[in-house]
Ligand binder design. Sequence first.
Ligand SMILES: Cc1ncc(COP(=O)(O)O)c(C=O)c1O
Length: 397
Amino acid sequence: MSRLSSRARLMPASPIRRLVPLADQAKARGTQVHHLNIGQPDVETPRPLIEAYHQFNDKVLAYGPSSGLLPLREAVAGYYERIGQPVPSKNIHVTTGGSEALVFAIGAVADPGDELVVFEPFYANYAGFGRLLDVNLKAVVTRAEDGFRLPADEVIERAIGPKTRGIIICSPGNPTGTVYTREELDRLARIVKKHDLVLISDEVYREFTYEGVATSALALGIDDRVIVCDSISKRFSACGARVGFVLTRNDALSDVFLRFGFARLCPATVDQLAALAAYQLPASFFEPVVKEYRARRDALVDGLNAIPGVHTYRPEGAFYTVASFPVKDADHFCQWLLNEFSTDGRTVMMAPANGFYATPGEGQKETRIAYVLNVPALNESVQILAKALLVYPGREA
Ligand SMILES: Cc1ncc(COP(=O)(O)O)c(C=O)c1O
């Protein structure tokens, strides 16, 4: 076979997983690696969810409905009702993770060659999903210095052209941790309406906020133009279940999701039963989780900012921060940490931030750090980074 599609050739490697072979080699040499590279929460998956797997006892593991099991869709509708943004269960479609929800959302609004505006740094897989569908991302840069807030309307509108079909946002954000204010979202809503676009809102980190609550795009009064992508992965520490949701109050878009769903038959049956158990947990489930992540954020941010030359801001949500390092090339620094450095048999793995930007040259000195380890492990990781920077040959003054 000699010919690959251009999409196959151009598909980017995930900055989150790209360095895994180097981490494996470090582990094979006996080095302990603190994984700050991937958003895999260490919070225990709630017991009722695990038990749902054990309880499954049907004689046949059958296909389910394309849009998911009705009791789950109804439970999710109940959840949206409780957060004050009702969506009928018929407009909520179960997907294979938030990942498939994003593919459905992008595929529903953009044709090959069309564009979606995205604020960089952005969740790197948006680029992968765009490539898969031959949809181009038009990146608008946001800056660490001002906490990755949205730029002025003129800057955003300058990125909108004749091929633009929508805007993708993620709040609370990965990799930034930024939670957009109501004012920022209202500005976006006005732009979306003015330019006849769709707002694809990735809200998989909704509960993870440390300074107030996140506003859903469903609250913006542009119902016809909003698609929300959601997931149980982070919310219930159930990344391996692969259950997500795509939802909209726009019936025509909802019908597209139904037909996209037909094409891949159905989401996994037993995982949906586990998700159903998760949606029956009391809202109080989140309180200790959020408290723990807030403590982790503060330990990490304070620790990083105490290292000479390292800077990060205090993210309001999710469980990531983007930190800048006094190095020429943070990508090289991340590789060096795995290939050449250890202290007391330990090192740290981070995700180079350049993979979260579409603009070449951006994020060169930055890494994304996921605070998914407990506070002692985060403190130790900070100490490892401080020691590494004392001897790293690519350090800048
Ligand atoms: C912003 C964001 N959206 C979507 C996803 C996809 O998650 P999943 O497919 O596990 O639901 C992730 C996973 O890390 C994410 O960070």
